[in-house]
Design a protein around this ligand. Sequence first.
Ligand SMILES: *Cc1c(COP(=O)(O)O)cnc(C)c1O
Length: 408
Amino acid sequence: MIQRNVNLSRLKAGYLFPEIARRRREFAASHPEDPAKSETRIISLGVGNTTEPILPVIDAALVDGARRLAVTETYTGYTDEGFLELREGISRVFYKNAFSASEVFISDGAKCDIGRLQLLFGAETNVAVQDPSYPVYVDGSVLSGAAGEWSGEGYAGITYLPCTADNSYFPDLSRLGKNSLLYFCSPNNPTGAAATRSQLEELVASALEKRCLVVFDAAYAEYIRDPALPKTIFEIDRARECAIEVNSFSKPAGFTGVRLGWTVVPKELKYSGGESVNADWNRVMGTIFNGASNIAQAGGIAALTKEGLGEIRELCDFYLGNAKRIRKVLENLRIACVGGDNSPYIWARFPGKDSWDVFAEILEKCRVVTTPGSGFGPSGQSFIRFSAFGHRGDVEEACRRLAANLRP
Ligand SMILES: *Cc1c(COP(=O)(O)O)cnc(C)c1O
């Protein structure tokens, strides 16, 4: 028979969310819910998945986008790198027109682009990640062969840059190797920390000095409320010489099930041999991707109008309202935490405890599902991620239970 790709056998993660689901099922089996007692219901603050409906203006555009496909005059087929109106709109709204349409590539989502981006660099690439980090940076590197062998705590071919309370969740970039591919996410999943302007200046300066390429994941940029915080890496001088930005409508517009994202690859970006990264990305996308859904793109175009941007703001504010409630409860319990003010995640610290033990304790005492920080990398040990994605009533009920039953 055909041989399995050895890289598949090297995957370690992908284990986190199935394991959480398994433990939840096990707990539910031994602690049945009583429909008459709402306090017995299990509530999840565990997943990074949106829960609230798409708002009216964007929704109407999605419906209209579907209708247009049923009419000869408005029918459209493949749109390759995306509708020009959407590409130009993204450049205008998020990047002050700093990019031409040929530098903005429309896709079916940021995670999908992050997976495909590895094809630009190959198996010999030195990869660096923030630790903890969103799993696809590491797992995508495993699949491409760049991560190498698993060695107990991590992969031999990956440099883990710890982001801890001691460094305010911004990594020590002196540990970044030359010619690396660095994945950087801000506002961060899972820590919820948002990098400051001076931190991103330091990031760009290090990348230029060490000839690294930064894949900047800005999926939560629309959650930033502090006007001093940059919403894109391209607010930093010379970032276009060293960075690609991936972004998505998933979290700001509730498009997790619609699927629409984009990647900005500046024309200035070059490999060590001087070749254009933009030209190669165009080639990769044209080869293995046939464009995002035209219906989703119609929704994206509407999301960029004044009314659409208002709906994005409203939706993010709603989740930020949840985050504020969760954070307040944790602070009242004197549990140290970050995030939740410019991101939908709160990263809570339980010194000396194992993440899975705290997960189990919260599930037992509060019937609330969370995410163990250790699942995001070695430096996530002793942390718990609380997600603000949830219906308001559920979040408020979860907060009441945490306040009543959780003792630090
Ligand atoms: C949710 C999320 C994404 C979005 O992925 P899509 O494929 O666009 O839905 C990207 N990056 C991070 C860090 C995320 O948490």
